[in-house]
Ligand binder design. Structure first.
Ligand code: PXL
Length: 257
């Protein structure tokens, strides 16, 4: 089994099953050393609990990375997700430039919106900053809303895994676009959309890819696992704010075999 050192840069939403609280257990369960760089701590995510209590951490991100560099700590992959402020986006760009081991992969989920809307607190300047960050990625993982916000100029020239790329009644799917061409994977749609599923997809995709699987297989497994987590959640209407991924985490290892 390959054992890689992966850094994920995103916020910590203390309650809400998204970003770091999803990426850390998933990447660990897939057998990787998982390092985190939280850009912001929020009492909850911004999707339905009212205004969260926010602690910004963006003032110390580059110093943190410098300390790692002094210790010779570099990463086989860096997964960037929701960042929360323009200084954090800029710091993430700097860290992608300086903290990857030779041959390391920069994977960017430009997490900033869904269902045709930006997440609370973001504006055009934030979108522009994320667009500049995308130019540094080897692999981009936008949903449809994010791809539309970014435009083809920011997406061109890199491996693209687009979620929500297929949208027909009862069906959804992903599109993988590489230099070799495009492939889609279509599966049943369950439920009306849950918070944090993009973050879950990104973490599974990254962890499986870093096990040495092809990008298309990593994307297919990630889509199947997200679907399984949604199936495990829809029957509990009180659980509207995220997906119950933990009880099925052990199944993920089987799905990769
Ligand atoms: O799931 C993306 C996400 C991550 N982090 C925070 C969010 C959201 C989506 O709303 O609010 C804080």
């Amino acid at each position: 089994m390959t054992y890689k050192r992966i850094l994920t840069i995103q916020d910590i939403s203390c309650v809400g099953q998204c970003s770091t609280t999803v990426a850390l257990p998933v990447l660990s369960a897939l057998g990787h050393e998982t390092c985190i760089l939280p850009t912001m701590v929020l009492s909850t995510h911004t999707g339905g609990f009212g205004r969260p209590v926010v602690q910004r951490l963006d003032g110390r991100l580059l110093e943190t990375a410098a300390h790692w560099r002094e210790n010779g700590i570099f990463f086989d992959a860096i997964l960037v997700g929701y960042l929360g402020s323009i200084p954090a986006v800029e710091a993430a760009g700097e860290i992608l430039k300086t903290m990857l081991a030779p041959g390391g992969l920069a994977i960017v989920d430009p997490a900033m919106g869904d269902n045709g809307r930006l997440y609370a607190g973001f504006d055009g300047d934030y979108v522009a900053a994320v667009g500049r960050l995308c130019a540094q990625a080897d692999i981009l993982l936008p949903n449809r809303t994010e791809a539309e916000l970014l435009g083809e100029k920011a997406l061109a020239g890199r491996t693209l895994v687009l979620t929500g790329a297929v949208d027909s009644p009862g069906r959804t799917g992903i599109l993988l676009r590489t230099r070799e061409g495009e492939r889609t994977y279509v599966h049943d749609r369950i439920g009306g959309g849950f918070h944090g599923t993009g973050d879950l997809f990104a973490a599974v995709f990254t962890g499986v890819l870093m096990q040495g699987k092809e990008a298309f297989d990593a994307a297919r497994i990630a889509a199947d696992f997200v679907k399984l987590c949604i199936e495990n959640t829809v029957a509990d209407p009180a659980h509207w704010y995220g997906v119950r991924f933990e009880p099925v985490l052990t199944k993920l290892a089987e799905m990769v075999k």
